[in-house]
Design a protein around this ligand. Structure first.
Ligand code: ADP
Length: 643
């Protein structure tokens, strides 16, 4: 019997597939080496144990028969085809096997042989490991394996083992979830069939004893679900130290990828906001070195953004940076923001053109509250300030214009009314005398006429000023003797010169200009009238005409009140009257010089004044002389004016 057993044992050991031999009571009495390897038991440990213990509970009975008896009874029907069942290994792992059962002998001599062919290993739910027959040390090892299984099943990573083929021989539930493929499909899968070059390269690395990392998208074989994964590959060794396969630790990185994408999007958004914000922005670390500046701040500082990085404001701006540095330091020291500080770049020695800036600095903190650095917000308010100043100037001018208009209205009405009272008095006197048949005094008539002339003059000035404004003051130039024209004006003014003396100095020769004689008379009259008006009675008015080069020069000099220097350039503006002219003592609308300048300039000439307050004034007019043919086309206008 022993010899027969040995012979059987030798036969069985030579077989590639695992074999188990049982007696008629289905107790193991022999297992071959292949079965030892598959199940993890030695034959000595299993001898005498019911073979049913090698299968999970649910396989122990099929109806009222044991598994073995059931399969024997079905042998005919199966026709030698194996049956798939799970076999329990010593470590509790259940492996899928194909089982065929044979029998020989009868009664007590009956021998039953179970042939197991391993399919693929599946780590399933954790089960109690089989009771070890005797050895307590084995129990400890088994609980170590349990721990390993617990870890494998609970770790938030997918884990798979593969052999050198490389076929996946085991995996945990998590892997099936990650890749969206049932475990029974994953186990038994040949990694080659995935046709993923990068993955295969990793597998090859592990089979040659090295670790490798795979980052990519795993497409599930059945569901085609695509999962971004990171797989850490490592080789597995057998007891002899040879690589017997590998293990892959699979991390589902979809969530991380999504978070990264979200973070990238947020970052892109922030960068866009940072770069396109209509204010200058920057950030400095706690050593007050620039970490980031946007284009606007870089432009204000006069350096490209990258030239700021790692440098202090002092290094970037020189002396001009010390004010900024002090502000930043204050924020670091106090943890409080400094808001809306105005900086004049010129005043602080900032390089580049002068600008007006407002700067705010504020502490930048991490979510846990610790200080990361200082944020800087700078606004260039130069344009705004200039616009404000311009607005203020326009406002001042508008107010001034309103004041001038109001003054003018009161002056104009006063000026126009003034001659009316004496005029009506004189007319009343005349009327009375005529009624009484008395003779009429020609002086009364002359005075009445003078008042009318004065009013006509004022109204003419008003009309001329509005024509000038509208660009419609007509000129009718012709060759004109300026020397005679001046003389004529002075003669005409004899009546109104009062106690003044008019002296006329003129060249021996004729002085010809090409001009509108009526308008030139108006200019000369105005200058002489002003000289009379603004100088004390008895003063001498010097009127001088000379030629110099191509110019005729006329000056009217009086020993009068003079004109304050700051007002001199404004005299020729419309309605302007110098501040030393009180409306009471000196009537006038402030239009004479305005009209005169327009007439002179339109003749190609110039008018200006020299004066000192209290010492008198000299008004000068320069006009081009008429040399041969007229040097310029007549500036006449189609419309005829009323003289
Ligand atoms: P008006 O004499 O009617 O006020 P004008 O345009 O002729 O207007 O003169 C403008 C202003 O110039 C005068 O109001 C006066 O303040 C000043 N001005 C003109 N001529 C003289 C002068 N000869 N002496 C002092 N001030 C003068």
């Amino acid at each position: 019997m022993a010899a027969a057993n040995e012979e059987l044992s030798a036969w069985l050991d030579a077989a590639v597939d695992p074999w188990i031999a049982c007696d008629s009571h289905e107790h193991v009495y022999l297992i071959n080496r292949a079965a030892e390897r598959l199940l993890g038991w030695t034959r000595e440990q299993l001898q005498g144990h019911p073979v049913a213990e090698l299968f999970p509970q649910q396989f122990h009975h099929q109806g009222d028969q044991s598994l073995v008896r059931y399969l024997l009874s079905r042998r005919q029907a199966l026709g030698g085809r194996p049956t798939k069942v799970l076999a329990r290994r010593r470590d509790g792992v259940e492996v899928l096997v194909e089982l065929t059962v044979g029998t020989s002998g009868e009664g007590e001599d009956e021998r039953i042989v179970l042939s197991l062919r391993r399919l693929h290993e599946v780590i399933d739910t954790i089960r109690e490991p089989m009771e070890p027959p005797r050895d307590g040390g084995e129990a400890r090892r088994t609980s170590g394996d349990d721990l390993y299984r617990l870890v494998v099943e609970n770790v938030p990573l997918g884990i798979f083992h593969y052999d050198t083929t490389p076929i996946i021989t085991a995996c945990n539930e998590r892997l099936a979830t990650i890749v969206g493929t049932p475990k029974r499909v994953v186990v038994g899968l040949n990694l080659m069939s995935l046709r993923d070059e990068q993955l295969m390269a990793c597998v090859r690395e592990t089979l040659s004893g090295h670790s490798a990392d795979y980052v990519g998208d795993y497409a599930a074989v059945t569901s085609h679900k695509v999962t971004p994964v990171h797989i850490r590959f490592a080789p597995c060794y057998n007891d002899a130290g040879q690589v017997e396969g590998g293990v892959g630790l699979v991390e589902d990185v979809s969530e991380r990828r999504r978070a990264e994408r979200q973070r990238d999007e947020n970052l892109a958004l922030l960068i866009t906001l940072f770069e396109t914000a209509p204010v200058a922005l920057g950030f400095l670390d706690t050593n007050l070195r620039y970490v980031r500046v946007n284009g606007r701040l870089a432009r204000i500082n006069g350096l490209p953004p990258e030239a700021h990085l790692g440098r202090t404001p002092y290094e970037v701006l020189g002396e001009g940076g010390s004010a900024a540095a002090a502000m930043l330091q204050q924020v670091l020291d106090t943890g409080e923001p400094v808001v809306g500080q105005e900086v004049d770049t010129q005043a602080v020695g900032h390089p580049g053109p002068r600008r007006l800036l407002t700067g705010s600095c504020y502490p930048v903190r991490a979510p846990d509250g610790h200080l990361l650095g200082v944020g800087v917000l700078v606004e260039d308010i130069t344009q705004r300030r200039l616009a404000e100043e311009e607005r203020e100037r326009l406002y001042r001018e508008a107010r001034e214009a309103i004041r001038v208009r109001d003054d003018f209205l009161s002056i104009a009405s006063h000026e126009l009314k003034t001659p009316l009272t004496p005029l009506s008095l004189r007319l009343a006197t005349l009327e009375r005398r005529l009624e009484r048949g008395e003779s009429v005094d020609p002086t009364t008539l002359r005075h009445a006429r003078q008042h009318i002339l004065r009013m006509t003059g004022l109204i003419n000035d008003l009309l001329d000023a509005s024509r000038i404004e509208a660009g419609r003051l007509a000129l009718h130039p012709q060759a004109t003797r300026l020397d005679s024209l001046v003389e004529h004006v002075l003669q005409a003014m004899e009546a109104q010169r009062g106690g003044h003396e008019l002296r006329y100095e003129r060249p021996e020769h004729d002085v010809q200009v090409f001009a509108d004689p009526y308008r030139l008379e108006q200019v000369v009259t105005n200058l002489v009238e002003n000289a009379l008006k603004y100088s004390p009675d008895g003063g001498v008015i010097h009127v001088k005409l000379e030629t110099r080069g191509e110019l005729a020069l006329l000056s009217v000099k009086d020993p009068g009140i003079g004109i304050p220097e700051d007002q001199q350039k404004l005299l020729f503006e419309r309605y302007f009257r110098a501040r030393n002219v009180s409306t009471r003592s000196y009537g006038g609308l402030g239009l004479g010089l305005y009209i005169s300048r327009d007439i002179v300039e339109r003749h190609g000439g110039r008018i200006w004044v020299e004066s000192r307050v209290g010492e008198g004034s000299t008004f000068h007019v320069a006009l081009p002389l008429l040399t041969g043919a007229p040097s310029h086309p007549p500036a006449s206008q189609p419309e005829r004016h009323v003289h």
